[in-house]
Design a protein around this ligand. Sequence first.
Ligand code: BV8
Ligand code: ZN
Length: 260
Amino acid sequence: MNDLLEQASQRLLAAKAIAVLTGAGISAESGIPTFRDAMTGLWAKYNPADLATPEAFARDPERVSRWYDERRCRVAQCRPNSGHLALAHLQQVALAQEKAFTLITQNVDRLHQAAGSSDVVELHGSLWVWRCLECGNEVEERGPAFASYPHACACGGLRRPGVVWFGELLPSRAFATAEKAVASCDFFMSVGTSAEVYPAAGLIEQAIQVETDVLEINPEATAFSNRVSWSIRGKGGDVLPQIVGMALLDDASASETRQS
Ligand code: BV8
Ligand code: ZN
């Protein structure tokens, strides 16, 4: 693994434009179950078709609203882990070195923002946002669990979670930003995603197609593992701080050599 870490950190150091795609796995070490983890995964208990679709909400708004509010309240107890923090640090250093940096996430927990990342491209919305189906008013709910379900708007309409459900289009501006960032980057990282949900997973395909150097970090293999430049079997909270740390260390020693 060390060789892979070394190669990937060297390539990160030389990168001029970096794009990162994250999935539920990067939040696993913060205590948030992933979708596909059989032991604790949300899907293990529920069938996605029963909950994460507009039809499910129309059929049973009370049950779906309760599920999302329970997830919101659970995430409120969680903190960013070292993987989130490493990406926030990398963004600061990249911007200080006038390199392009775009963090694209499938996650709806906003732990990247809590870690200090800015301009995060949220492909699938956020658990904190709730939108009225009648008047369209959107609120960011940071308080305790709702008193009753489904969540009502002052206008009397129902508020739905501000997430993208299966069968719904992704926010066009966010997805266009993501595609542009992938098209113009020279180093792409995919961290903590099973790469099974589209069109988000298509960004990895796009990076491979434009022959960008692609690093995948995941304890398990994915459909892209044999096609990326480096596939590191590890946890985001372990690998990202090492890769970012090694790249910055090399950068510091390189600039010291230049100054001496
Ligand atoms: C769309 C928000 C166009 C909600 C999510 C029929 C009709 C319409 C579309 C489709 C259809 N059939 C298929 C589709 C496409 C569908 C899709 O891709 N389905 C899949 C299941 C095949 N996509 C859509 O519907 C999208 N919209 O296509 O619109 C359209 C519209 C109408 C008609 C036709 C077409 C919308 C998709 C967005 C759905 N919303 N989230 C909510 O949160 O409830 S998706 C949700 O699941 C997440 O956001 C995420 O994207 C996905 C889960 O994936 P991951 O994040 O990768 O998580 P996962 O658990 O899978 O994997 C975790 C990984 O982490 C694992 O690999 C594990 O090994 C690793 N890991 C574990 N621990 C760690 C770790 N890694 C690092 N460190 C660790 N410590
Ligand atoms: Zn309303």
